[in-house]
Design a protein around this ligand. Structure first.
Ligand SMILES: Cc1cc2nc3c(=O)[nH]c(=O)nc-3n(C[C@H](O)[C@H](O)[C@H](O)COP(=O)(O)O)c2cc1C
Length: 129
């Protein structure tokens, strides 16, 4: 597991406690009770640059939603069963499913007051002179 995921898991477990974690698992199973999920797809035969493009596009969706006071969760959970997603959403075979972004208005639940720690910029940025 990547270091940031490991830290995030440890932080959220400590924050929610056992009962809170069980609720969080339920929420994940119910796709965060989101009224809307955006699925990102791209044709299979595009250039590898699309990895950059899709990341930037996803980020733009998150920022545009935030600008409208709509909350978002890019989540593996939304695409965990890609065959089912493909069938329900109607994604053709020539398109890759990149992932899903759950959208909606946050509840007052404890999970929505959680703020993950941020790594210091110095821990991932190298400046060459
Ligand atoms: C590609 C990707 C997949 C993610 N999958 C999940 C997921 O399945 N379930 C979940 O609760 N959070 C998931 N997250 C994390 C949340 O979307 C969110 O980024 C995380 O709670 C950190 O939020 P913060 O940066 O505002 O603290 C995922 C994030 C990314 C970028």
């Amino acid at each position: 597991m990547a270091e940031n995921s490991r830290v995030w898991n440890a932080e959220i477990s400590a924050y929610l406690g056992e009962a809170g974690l069980a609720n969080f698992s339920d929420l994940q199973r119910h796709l965060f009770n989101a009224p809307v999920i955006i699925y990102l797809t791209v044709e299979r035969d595009v250039s590898p640059w699309m990895i950059y493009d899709m990341g930037a596009f996803s980020q733009s969706i998150l920022l545009a939603a935030a600008n409208e006071q709509v909350d978002t969760i890019p989540a593996y959970e939304t695409a965990k069963y890609p065959d089912a997603v493909r069938k329900i959403v109607g994604i053709p075979e020539n398109e890759l499913l990149i992932g899903g972004i759950a959208m909606g208005y946050r509840s007052e639940g404890m999970i929505n007051a959680f703020h993950s720690q941020r790594s210091s910029v110095a821990s991932f940025l190298t400046i060459k002179h």
